[in-house]
Design a protein around this ligand. Structure first.
Ligand code: GLU
Length: 490
C-alpha cells in the first residue's frame, strides 16, 4: 500500500494562497513523504475570469518558501500531464459524453424561469431546494435531437437510489442517503464543466489515492463519491481537515488575523515558525511538544490523528512561536532576514550593509529578545538613526527621567565623568563597573541615573543595556544626546 500513495494539492489560482490552503498542502505533502508516495500539484484554473498567472506563480512560490516540493506538477511535468486543469478540458468533454452515453447523466432542458419558479415554490413550502428530475424521463434519442437542433441544455448527474458510506480519516464513518443529493449539474449550458465533475475526472486520471482537503469541501464529497462509482472508479480515501477559526471562533477572516500565507512572509515570520504553526492547526506531535520541525512532521504525521474540532488560529501563539524561532537563528542568518526590513523602512541603504554588518549583528544580538518577527527590527532600532537633537522622547521615558529634579542634575555629573573615559576608549564592561562604584559613592540608586540616561540615549523607557546603546551610538553621538537631554529635560 505504502508505495502507491498518490496525493495532490489542487489550488485554484484565483487569489493569494490562503493560510488554510497552505496547511492542506503541507498535510498532503507530509502524508506523501511519510508513506514514500507521490505528491502532485494540480492548478485548477477553469475559471478564466478569476484565475491569473500571477496568483499561480505566487502559490508555487509560497509552497516553495514553506519548503515543500512536488513530484509532479505544472512546472516539473509528470506522467499525467497536463497539470493545469483548463488544459484537460477535452478529456472532461469525453468523460461527460461517455456518462451521457451510458445513461449515468442526462441533458436537462429546463428553462431558468421553470427552475426559479420551482425553487420559489420549494422555499415557500420550506423544502430543501432540489431539481425535480423532470428531464430524466426524456428518451436519449429525443434529447440528442433537441441538443443537435441547438436547444440549450445542461448535463446533470443521475443520482442513483440507495445509501452511500465512506470512511473519512478525520471525521470517521459517514453515511448519507442518496436521495439527499440533488441531480447536480456536471456541465453548464455554456459547455463548461463544474468543479465537482472535473475534480473527480482529474483525480481518477491522475490515480489519486487519498484526498485531504478543507472541511468546506465535505458538502461536495457525496456527489463526488457517487460520481466515482458511476465512472467505474474506486473512490479515493478522504480526510477533511477542520476549519481554521479566528479567536472569535468564527471562520478565519481578516478581522482576526491575516488570511494569506504571503502576509506572514511579508511581515517577516520565520518560515519554520509558519510551518510549525500550520502543523498545529488540527494536528499535534504529541500532547506536550509544541515546537518541532518539518522532518519531525514527516516522521510522525498521521492523518488519523487530525482533530475534527475547528482549529483556533491564535495569532498571539503564532507570534510567540515566531519569536522562539527567530531567537534560535544564527546571528548572521538573522541579520540577512532583518536587514531588508530596515532598508525598506529607509533606515539603511543596501550598499551600507557590508560595512555595518558587525554593528547590525550586535544590535540584533541584543534586540532579538524583544522581537517576534523580522519586521520588528526597524522599529526597535529607529532611535539610533534619529538626529541627536531631535530624538523623540516617549512620554513614559520622559516622566521617568524627570521623576525627581535631582535625576537630570545627576545625568550632568555623569556626563562629566563619562566623557574622558569614552575619549580614552574604555570598554563597556569597565564603564559599567565604574558607573556602579560612582553611584554608590554618591549613595544614588541605579534607576536615578539609568532612567534619565535611557531617555537621553533612546527616548524610550525600556530597551537594551545603556552601555550597549552608548557603544552603538559611539562616544560623540552618545555624549551629544546626553547634552541635549540635560537641556530638554531641565
Ligand atoms: N480547487 C479546489 C479548491 O481550491 C480543490 C478542492 C479539492 O481539493 O477537491 O478548493
Amino acid at each position: 500500500m505504502t508505495d502507491t500513495v498518490r496525493v495532490r494539492f489542487a489550488p485554484s489560482p484565483t487569489g493569494r494562497l490562503h493560510i488554510g490552503g497552505a496547511r492542506t498542502a503541507l498535510f498532503n505533502w507530509a502524508y506523501a513523504r511519510r508513506h514514500r508516495g507521490t505528491f502532485l500539484l494540480r492548478i485548477e484554473d477553469t475559471d478564466p475570469e478569476r484565475s491569473t498567472k500571477e496568483y499561480e506563480r505566487a502559490i508555487l512560490e509560497g509552497l516553495r518558501w514553506l519548503g515543500l516540493d512536488w513530484d509532479e506538477g505544472p512546472d516539473v511535468g509528470g506522467p499525467y500531464a497536463p497539470y493545469h486543469q483548463a488544459q484537460r478540458i477535452e478529456r472532461h468533454r469525453v468523460a461527460a459524453q461517455a456518462m451521457l452515453a451510458r445513461g449515468e447523466a442526462y441533458r436537462c432542458f429546463c428553462s431558468h424561469e421553470r427552475l426559479d419558479a420551482m425553487r420559489a415554490e420549494q422555499e415557500a413550502e420550506h423544502q430543501a431546494s432540489a431539481y425535480d428530475k423532470r428531464c430524466r424521463s426524456i428518451p436519449q434519442a429525443e434529447a440528442e435531437r433537441r441538443a443537435a437542433a441547438g436547444e440549450s441544455f445542461v448535463v446533470r448527474f443521475k443520482v442513483p437510489e440507495g445509501k452511500t458510506s465512506l470512511v473519512d480519516h478525520v471525521r470517521g464513518d459517514v453515511t448519507f442517503e442518496n436521495k439527499e443529493v440533488d441531480d447536480w449539474i456536471m456541465v453548464r449550458s455554456d459547455g463548461n464543466p463544474t468543479y465537482n465533475f472535473v475534480v473527480v475526472c482529474d483525480d481518477v486520471d491522475m490515480k489519486i489515492t487519498h484526498v485531504f482537503r478543507g472541511e468546506e469541501h465535505l458538502i461536495n464529497t457525496p456527489k463526488q463519491v457517487l460520481l466515482y462509482k458511476a465512472m467505474g472508479a474506486k473512490p479515493p480515501e478522504f480526510g477533511h481537515l477542520p476549519l481554521m477559526l479566528g479567536t472569535d471562533r468564527k471562520k478565519l477572516s481578516k478581522r482576526t488575523g491575516d488570511t494569506a500565507l504571503q502576509d506572514y512572509q511579508e511581515k517577516g515570520y520565520p518560515k519554520d515558525a509558519v510551518v510549525n504553526f500550520l502543523c498545529l492547526q488540527g494536528w499535534a506531535l504529541n500532547g506536550t511538544q509544541e515546537i518541532f520541525s518539518l522532518d519531525e512532521l514527516v516522521k510522525h504525521f498521521d492523518i488519523n490523528d487530525v482533530s475534527k474540532a475547528g482549529a483556533v488560529f491564535d495569532i498571539d501563539k503564532f507570534r510567540w512561536l515566531a519569536g522562539e524561532y527567530l531567537r534560535k537563528e544564527p546571528i548572521d542568518v538573522l541579520v540577512d532576514h532583518c536587514v531588508p526590513f530596515a532598508i525598506q523602512a529607509g533606515l539603511l541603504r543596501a550598499d551600507e550593509v557590508p560595512s555595518k554588518r558587525a554593528w547590525l549583528a550586535s544590535l540584533l544580538a541584543a534586540e532579538k529578545e524583544r522581537m517576534h518577527v523580522y519586521s520588528n527590527f526597524p522599529a526597535r532600532i529607529a532611535y539610533l538613526f534619529a538626529k541627536d537633537d531631535e530624538l523623540p522622547y516617549d512620554a513614559d521615558a520622559e516622566a521617568n527621567a524627570k521623576k525627581h529634579a535631582g535625576r537630570v542634575a545627576l545625568l550632568g555629573d555623569f556626563q562629566a565623568w563619562l566623557a574622558p573615559k569614552l575619549a580614552a576608549g574604555e570598554p563597556s564592561a569597565a564603564l559599567k563597573d565604574g558607573m556602579k562604584a560612582w553611584l554608590s559613592e554618591r549613595k544614588a540608586k541605579m534607576p536615578e541615573l539609568l532612567q534619565p540616561l535611557r531617555c537621553a540615549l533612546s527616548g524610550r523607557a525600556g530597551g537594551p543595556d545603556c552601555f550597549d546603546m552608548i557603544a552603538w551610538l559611539g562616544p560623540e553621538r552618545a555624549l551629544a544626546r546626553i547634552e541635549h537631554a540635560r537641556r530638554r529635560l531641565a
